[in-house]
Design a protein around this ligand. Structure first.
Ligand SMILES: C[S@@+](CC[C@H](N)C(=O)[O-])C[C@H]1O[C@@H](n2cnc3c(N)ncnc32)[C@H](O)[C@@H]1O
Length: 300
């Protein structure tokens, strides 16, 4: 069956689907994305050998249809990402935010750093964070030498520090690609050559993330719509994800992020996103073309 033989969804059918997707993952499709949704649903119907939306919808809401529902959600998500995306913000994280977190933690003699990339897509964001953290730690100890000799060869993460980067997404196929950590020349465009040399191995005409860097990132499935989310984070990156949610869902998510952060923890959102008018529980820091939000403590 060709997709053109499958009838287009009526307005009522589109509404039904919109509600189901919203309930499942918080994504909201407005009229501007109707033709994208039409196209993706028709492709799914074709793959399932179904010729009516009604039978497809019945499958989606049935117990046996759970797998197809995940597949549909994967097809409706936008996975666009890149290494060092929004460079100014990443530099601000490395220079200012990391410095603040390391100082505060060192004072408390607490040496575990936990960062969450929420909506990590194919992995470029969490691997960028891993690179920035390794370099920030190395630079920190260049300025504040440790009172003991560093073991040789120098580990990526100087002891006693422990770094945990949790990277999550709702798309299993994106997570699989992220876990493999192999990228094409085109995907590596924004990675400079020193960084390539230090953190990647060349495999054929592709680049593979070195195992030591990879071991800092733990990939996991998490639907941001649910309540069970990674806790005790020093910083959360949720960039270019909330843009697909409506205001009510964005507010709920920001409240969850507040709960998932350590005191004075930081929240990074995408360049085109903002917490303006959505919460009073974070204050905004804007510097050098970068914006970041910090958790406010005490009564708000
Ligand atoms: C445009 S990508 C952003 C990737 C990366 N954060 C960046 O800024 O480059 C958005 C990602 O959010 C994921 N996503 C969308 N809805 C989600 C949800 N409810 N729970 C978890 N991930 C979700 C998508 O699967 C997609 O990989």
């Amino acid at each position: 069956m060709h997709t053109s033989e499958i009838p287009a969804l009526t307005d009522t059918e589109l509404k039904l689907l919109q509600t189901l997707v919203y309930q499942e993952c918080g994504m909201y499709f407005d009229d501007r994305r109707t033709s994208f949704v039409q196209d993706r649903v028709q492709r799914r119907l074709k793959d399932c050998h179904l010729d009516s939306f009604y039978s497809y919808y019945r499958l989606l809401i049935s117990q046996q249809g759970k797998q197809e529902l995940s597949r549909l959600l994967e097809n409706l998500t936008v996975n666009e990402t890149s290494f060092f995306r929004h460079k100014a913000q990443m530099e601000f994280f490395q220079r200012n935010v990391m410095d603040d977190i390391l100082k505060r933690k060192e004072e408390r003699r607490e040496f575990t750093l936990r960062i969450w990339s929420a909506g990590c897509s194919t992995g470029q964001e969490p691997y960028t964070l891993a690179i920035l953290i390794c370099d920030a730690l190395a630079y920190y100890y260049l300025r504040n030498p440790l009172p003991f000799e560093m073991p040789t060869p120098k580990p990526l993460i100087p002891p006693p520090w422990k770094v945990e980067i949790v990277a999550s997404d709702i798309s299993y196929s994106a997570l699989l690609t992220a876990q493999q950590g192999i990228y094409t020349e085109a995907q590596m465009e924004t990675v400079d050559y020193t960084c390539r040399l230090r953190y990647f191995d060349k495999v054929g005409d592709k680049y593979s993330v070195k195992p030591a860097l990879k071991s800092l990132v733990q990939f996991d499935f998490h639907n941001l719509k649910t309540e069970y989310l990674p806790q005790r984070n020093d910083a959360i990156f949720c960039r270019n994800v909330m843009i697909y949610f409506d205001e009510a869902e964005q507010k709920r998510l920001i409240d969850k992020f507040h709960r998932c952060l350590n005191p004075e923890g930081y929240l990074f959102v995408g360049h085109a996103e903002s917490l303006f008018g959505l919460t009073k529980r974070f204050h905004m820091i804007h510097q050098n073309n970068a914006t970041v939000y910090q958790r406010i403590e005490g009564p708000q």
